[in-house]
Ligand binder design. Sequence first.
Ligand code: BGP
Length: 465
Amino acid sequence: MKTFPDTFLWGGAIAANQVEGAYLADGKGLSTSDVMPQGVFGPVVERVAGDHSIKDVAIDFYHRYPEDITLFAEMGFTCLRVSIAWTRIFPHGDEQTPNEAGLAFYDRLFDELAAHHITPMVTLSHYEMPWGLVQQYGGWGNREVIGFFERYARTVFTRYQHKVKLWLTFNEINMSLHAPMTGVGLPETASPTEVYQAIHHQLVASALAVKACHALIPDAKIGNMLLGGLMYPLSCKPEDVLAALQENRAWQFFGDVQCRGAYPGYMLRFFRDNGIELTITDSDREALNASIDFVSFSYYMTGCVTADEALNQQARGNILNMVPNPHLASSEWGWQIDPVGLRTLLNVLWDRYQKPLFIVENGLGAKDEPDADGVVQDDYRIRYLNDHLVQVREAIDDGVEVMGYTSWGPIDLVSASKAELAKRYGFIYVDRDDSGKGSLARSRKKSFYWYQDVIATRGAVLKDG
Ligand code: BGP
């Protein structure tokens, strides 16, 4: 197989809090992202008049989306993954009625996409929730938040039922284990029981959203979204292999619940062994019994796991505490680059769930410097994306059903982990730096033309090896 299937969706993925800016415009409320100016692992900061976060303006997508969508269309996108900022719709989170100005913004955005024949894929909650729900209710630790989320989900399903047919519930739902404030609105000091109880509430909310979507938009498809962090055993020592199995289950558990509608036995044992007692009601169990239509995930890197505690300790502080793989090179941010791992992961998820898969994030964050003519010659990004797409094609050839591929950050945006603009992913350069300087003008990088070619030829121009 040299080309991708006709039905394969090609495009890019962005998130409201990383592109829109306009953080208080048209009635929007503060979100967890707005009070975390240093990124998803950073502290919560009280916002005061006259202060500033790079995300307040971000890349001003809120006002510039028509120009950006025109550029995406020029590349040939057939899909754009976006998220709705929950706080544009329910500013505090617990209102009875939605904010019309916020709803109207996404109507305009979806209409613009339709005008360019680009299918929207919408994440309901991408690394943010109303700050009001954290302050007043204690975030996802409080089961009342399930109802607020369900109201929000039903509101947007109803409003956009004719415009959006592809939905995702929570971005990287397993990330709460590493960034509890971003994931479930809990402080770093939360105990494992508190974090897993909040996760449980979020899994129930995700399942209720799946049911609501099926009821309100019968021809829509709704998926989950996992941080696809495949882990390898550092050696073939049986203890390392078992440790890798358990580490992978730490994130696969979320997918298992979302696909199978119930907690797997290994997780119940994990809870028992760690003294974690959750409140799970009968109606929670009934709610969880919902099945998503497809599995989506992000893929940036792989890591290693060992049963050797001394080696694990050395790895603490690395991204997600992974032990480095001696066979792989890393990005400037220390993320290990592993295209073959993407083929493996696609096969693992297909074997596990037998549901269509969608790669909704993948890409290379790098420091781009425009050359004398003002063009970024990002051959490193082209190589990264080429090598990953070749492996996607191999996985399809293996028999895996893959719906599409949306690369992360098709236009430069604010990074999630450290809220930097210096870490760029785009095919489109945005003139703005971390001090907030720059015209916000957009320009095409070398990779823009490369991706355009890949899409136009359905991958025929990809280079093996
Ligand atoms: C994922 C998030 C995205 C995104 C990406 C890249 O975890 O879903 O929001 O930003 O990672 O991470 P970063 O921006 O930190 O480079």
